[in-house]
Design a protein around this ligand. Structure first.
Ligand code: NCD
Ligand code: ZN
Length: 346
């Protein structure tokens, strides 16, 4: 079986920097035409000048034949200057601002401690129509890790949207029925991205026969009922759910240790894994809109021209890939079968 679709985009991607960047960027560029690049480097990307310099490093790391556009984001901190938003809005290659609640995830220490500190920035974003991309999890230590997303939606996102009635918002990598319902009930300025791994896995994966660090990501995998709700949302044809892989590579030794990092490296088969998820509901006819149209429409960008072909054919994901200098990264499904494959262009 073959499926031809318009070239897709990845609306949430971690490419890292330096030698690590060079080892992962082609996995995304092999199929995605564009990707929103996350700014959670060390130190974070907090100015347009830094984002443009990072963009140049990404372009320089691409294989010569690649046709891939990085869309850059700024990392919102308590100290972001509202003036930076005007610069962002006028700079080609810049897409939006990423809000990490301080401490919510990998390299989120410099995130926002209190939204009141960034009120002026949000006002500027609203007036320049700059989208806010949100890692939607509350961070209080007393709150159960599995409840962090829906409590964020209820207690932070809902009031935020009320306070800024024209702010454009993406709730990124959603993982719960509550987030799905909130987006369904929301206005057209609110959208959500969904990863392939949250469509394919529930939280049992983290504990299958022992503790499995390569299934630990944030937001953490949830119960099966949530996975079902995400699958339903993704395949529903609703215009405000779209693909964002959240492919987040870490060196093997930073995953397999006493305090392993959060993040799944899905880029080597991200599109193929979305195809698997959609096929599980016999909804392959909805895949193209989800991976190639909805995100572009929401971000008011042209849809891609050109197409690619997926074939239903088994292949084996390598056990690991080289990563940075003398390290390796373990992809999702390492050493296991992937059921779809990109056809090599004739
Ligand atoms: C991401 C990373 O490693 O940068 N990790 C993850 O589990 N998704 C950060 C993030 O997006 O939360
Ligand atoms: Zn991410």
């Amino acid at each position: 079986m073959q499926l031809q679709i318009t070239r897709p985009d990845d609306w949430h991607l971690h490419l890292r920097d330096g030698a690590a960047l060079a080892s992962v960027v082609s996995a995304s560029a092999r199929c995605f035409a564009r990707a929103i690049i996350m700014p959670n480097l060390k130190p974070p990307v907090t100015t347009v000048a830094q984002a443009l310099a990072y963009r140049q490093r990404i372009l320089a790391a691409l294989p010569p034949e690649a046709d891939f556009q990085p869309l850059m984001t700024l990392y919102l901190t308590d100290n972001t200057a509202p003036q930076e938003i005007e610069i962002l809005a006028k700079t080609p290659g810049m897409l939006g601002v990423k809000y990490y609640p301080a401490g919510a995830t990998t390299n989120a220490d410099a995130g926002v401690t209190d939204l009141r500190k960034v009120w002026g920035v949000l006002e500027a974003m609203q007036s320049y129509e700059v989208p806010l991309l949100i890692h939607g999890e509350v961070t209080a230590a007393s709150i159960d890790i599995f409840d962090r997303e829906y409590l964020f939606v209820r207690h932070v996102l809902d009031p935020l949207l009320e306070a800024f009635p024209c702010l454009r918002v993406t709730l990124e990598h959603i993982t719960t029925t509550e987030a799905v319902d909130f987006v369904l009930a929301g206005e057209s300025r609110l959208a959500a991205s969904i990863t392939a791994h949250h469509l394919l896995l529930n939280r049992n994966a983290i504990f299958q026969g022992g503790i499995r660090p390569h299934y630990y990501c944030l937001p953490v995998l949830k119960r099966e009922i949530h996975r079902q709700a995400l699958l339903e949302a993704a395949t529903s044809g609703h215009p405000r759910f779209f693909a964002g892989t959240d492919s987040a590579p870490h060196a093997r030794q930073h995953k397999e240790c006493a305090c392993g990092c959060a993040g799944l490296y899905t880029a080597p088969a991200a599109l193929e894994l979305y195809a698997e998820a959609f096929n599980s509901l016999e909804a392959l006819d909805k895949l193209e809109a989800f991976v190639s149209f909805r995100g572009a429409d929401f971000y008011r960008l042209p849809r891609n021209s050109g197409s690619l072909t997926l074939e239903q054919r088994d292949w084996m994901m390598p056990e690991h890939f080289n990563f940075a200098e003398h390290e390796e990264v373990i992809p999702l499904r390492a050493g296991q079968t992937i059921h779809w494959q990109l056809a090599v262009p004739a």
